[in-house]
Design a protein around this ligand. Structure first.
Ligand SMILES: Cn1c(O)c(C(=O)NCC(=O)O)c(=O)c2ccccc21
Ligand SMILES: [Mn+2]
Length: 259
């Protein structure tokens, strides 16, 4: 049996999650995106950051993708851009990142079950990707404008948890610029600073093209993509039939080759 204090903490966390779920549904429905600050608190946020820094020190990050950096539009030198690593949250050395993942799972699962007032109500969330931990080395590396899920691969919601203390957009750059569609936004953009202990949710499809502007300080983030059950099932079926199709072609070509 819990002590009264533990019960109070538990109730407090439960209430917090309830409130966050309500704002996720309301904001996703109205604006197509939702920002929650002070998501886990300074203490837990710092423990998560420590684990990410340890991952980087132990070299689990991929080499940054090669990005061409134009200088005076002439010669093109390549710089190393974002470095990423994938976690399934069961790694023993990442217990705090695992806790983040389960809390975001709880928020998304509850939010998708709230009354059908939000569009979320029409979607069943069937699962998610692994967690993508990303690091921009701060050498001006950026991420070009893109849509996370342009062709119905099943991803419905993007959730990004930021880990950058004392971030200052003037000197550090690294702003996430979203170009949301929808009458509320008209031609306005949403500039989201990658602040410590901030979590951002947005629809992963063409409703939210976005770019990461050049970062001049090391920039860390953890991303989870949540699947819509129907779209994901269809995407897997499509993928299977396509790969079956290409296998058939290969067999024919192979036979032709042997003749
Ligand atoms: C490193 N990185 C990304 O940062 C974003 C992205 O949109 N990030 C937004 C952000 O960090 O604010 C991506 O969408 C992405 C997709 C595939 C591989 C790597 C990727
Ligand atoms: Mn993206």
């Amino acid at each position: 049996p819990h002590s009264n204090a533990a019960q109070a903490v538990e109730r407090n966390i439960f209430d917090k999650i309830q409130n966050i779920c309500a704002s996720v549904v309301r904001d996703l429905t109205t604006f197509g995106l939702c920002v929650v600050d002070d998501f886990l608190g300074h203490e837990i946020g710092s423990l998560i950051l420590e684990e990410v820094l340890r991952l980087q020190k132990t070299g689990t990050f991929s080499d940054g993708q090669l990005v061409s950096a134009k200088t005076h539009g002439k010669d093109v030198k390549t710089i190393r851009g974002d470095q990423i690593t994938w976690l399934d949250g069961k790694e023993r050395t990442c217990r705090n990142i695992s806790m983040l993942i389960s809390i975001v799972d709880a928020v998304i699962t509850r939010a998708s079950k709230l009354p059908r007032n939000g569009k979320l109500g029409n979607h069943r969330i069937s699962g998610r990707t692994k967690a993508m931990v990303a690091c921009y080395p701060g050498n001006g590396s950026h991420y070009v404008k893109h849509v996370d899920n342009p062709n119905q691969d099943g991803r419905l919601i993007t959730a990004i948890y930021y880990l950058n203390k004392n971030w200052n957009r003037e000197t550090d750059g690294g702003v996430l610029r979203i170009f949301p569609e929808g009458e509320f936004w008209r031609d306005n953009v949403a500039d989201i600073e990658p602040l410590f202990d901030r979590i951002l949710f947005f629809w992963s499809d063409r409703r939210n093209p976005h770019e990461v502007q050049p970062a001049f300080t090391t920039r860390y983030a953890i991303t989870l993509w949540y699947f819509d059950d129907e779209e994901r099932t269809a995407a897997i079926a499509k993928y299977r039939s396509e790969s079956e199709f290409f296998l058939q072609i290969q067999k024919c070509l192979h036979r032709v080759h042997e003749m």
